[in-house]
Design a protein around this ligand. Structure first.
Ligand SMILES: *Cc1c(COP(=O)(O)O)cnc(C)c1O
Length: 213
């Protein structure tokens, strides 16, 4: 796939003031650099090996974020190369990020993934577990939780909207109950439903296929 210039320009306008995280799993570094020329500054990768290969060959000024499911044993390869880990879905991952961040004396920004639609196949903490996670965050001082991430179920975008709303309301409640953390980010919305996500407070949309042709 290659960059669709018109689509990129349009989406960059539509997303404001939220942030476009371009999901670049479909393309190589050359296309990433084309996106950057059009004004995209943030790239989301979801496979560690592919990301590392691109990272080595990339010479731009953009930032990379890790948007996919991350195995704890791979944290050490990416922690000093990405600015945000979107999908923290297990305690073992939280623990490993804490360990690797402490080793390097850095604070790692992350989002907590919530399985808002209660799908069997989906990653993320259950809604019922979220309070336990947040009340345990003090045990992970090198992990800087900035908010929530969700993956919408594969259904009509009109149906998806209720899950965006539920995630937004969950974040609003967490902001009130845990004012000691800076919970200002909501990562939701992809190519087929980013408009609805933006209507429900998304601050970062992860859009891939709509940017390419
Ligand atoms: C690929 C991917 C996206 C973007 O999906 P599109 O439907 O191509 O926009 C978003 N989030 C994650 C985690 C992805 O892997």
């Amino acid at each position: 796939m290659i960059v669709n210039e018109e689509a990129v320009k349009k989406i960059l306008e539509e997303v404001k003031p939220a942030k476009l995280v371009a999901a670049t799993k479909y393309v190589d570094v050359k296309e990433i650099e084309k996106l950057e020329k059009l004004g995209v500054t943030c790239f989301g990768e979801n496979r560690v090996q592919a990301f590392l290969e691109k990272y080595e060959n990339y010479h731009g000024n953009g930032e990379f974020q890790f948007i996919g499911t991350l195995q704890p044993n791979k944290v050490k390869y990416i922690i000093d190369k990405v600015t945000l880990i979107h999908a923290v879905d297990r305690y073992s991952l939280l623990k490993e990020i804490e360990k690797q961040a402490a080793k390097r004396d850095l604070e790692m920004p992350v989002l907590i993934q919530v399985n808002i639609a209660k799908e069997e196949s989906k990653h993320g903490f259950e809604v019922e577990e979220i309070d336990e996670v947040f009340s345990n965050l003090k045990d992970y001082p090198h992990v800087k939780v900035r908010g929530l991430m969700m993956m919408a179920p594969h259904i009509e975008s009109s149906e998806t909207e209720k899950y965006f709303k539920m995630t937004q309301e969950l974040l609003q409640r967490l902001q009130k109950e845990y004012p000691m953390y800076q919970l200002d980010q909501l990562s939701m919305g992809m190519s087929n439903d980013y408009h609805e996500a933006l209507n429900h407070g998304s601050t970062m949309i992860r859009v891939g296929s709509a940017l390419f042709k």
